[in-house]
Write a protein that binds this ligand. Sequence first.
Ligand code: RIB
Length: 303
Amino acid sequence: MIVVAGSANTDLVARVSHHPEAGETLLAADYAVHQGGKGANQAVAAARLGAPVRFIGAAGDDDFGDQIVADLAAEGIDADGVQRFPGSSGLALITVDEAGENRIVVVPGANGELDGSRDMNGAMGGATVLLVQLETPIAFVNAALAAGRAAGAEVILNAAPAAPLKAFEMAAVDWLMVNAGEAAFLLGESEGASRDETADQAARLASQHNVGVIATLGADGALWVGDDGAQGHVPGRSCEVVDTTGAGDTFAGAFAAARLEGRPVEDAIRMAGVAASLAVGAAGARAGMPDRAAVRTAMSAGE
Ligand code: RIB
C-alpha cells in the first residue's frame, strides 16, 4: 500500500500566449477547471499504475470539496482519510503558456487546516511506501513523516513547493525528491546550469540530510544520488508537451508505485520518467497521467 499525505486542490487554469508581466492584463485563450493538488495528483498517478493507494488530506465543505473526494474515490483511491473542514477547499490559480510551462498560485483553504493532531499512526496501517510533499502545514508533514518511519515504510519527501528543510523531520526520510530549481533553493544557491552542477547539488543535499536524492531535470530526465554515494542518470524521453502541470507529481507517484512493486531505484526512475513524459501530452494535471498499459508500451518500445 502507498500512503500519500498531502494537498488536494481544484485547479482553475487559463491558457495564455505568455505569462503576464507585473501590471499586465492578459486575455486568455480559454479556461478550464481540473482536479489538482500535489498530494492528490501523486496519489492518482500511483493509482493509475495499479498501486493500492490511501490519501490523507483535507477538503472544504464546499462543492469543490465534494468533487475532490468523489474524484479520488473514482480513481480507486481510499479517500476515507480526507478530513472535511468548514470553508473553502484548496484552489490553484494557474496560467499555462504556449510552451506548456505554468505559473501557479495556491490558496491552501482546507489544506491549511491540517495539523499534527490526527492519528497518523492509524493512517499508516499497511503502508509500504509513504509519499509526502510540502504543500501542507509543517506539523502535518512532520506527523506523516514520523508515522511513516515508525510503520517501516520507505519514506519519500517531494520538497515541492520548496521550503527550508530544517523545519522537517529529515531523519525519517529515505528519498528526497526535487527538481533542479528546488535543489538549488534548498542550498541557497542558483539553479545549476548543467546536469553536473545539479548532480553536485544533489550530492551535497544527500550528504547534508543523510538521504538519497532524486533530482528531475525536465527534458534531460532525472539523476539520483544514494545515501551511500552511488549515483546515476536516466535520460529523458522525447515527447509532445501540451501542459507541464503535474509532471513532477506524475513522476513522484509513478516512482512510488515502482518502488512498491520492488523495482530498484534506477529502474523506478526510468518508469517514473516515462509516466511523466506521457502526462505532459494533455492539458491539466491529471488528464495525461498514464495507466499501466501505456507506460508498459512506451517502456518496451524503448522510446
Ligand atoms: O504540481 C501541480 C499542482 O500544484 C497543481 O495541480 C496545483 O494544484 C498545485 O498544487
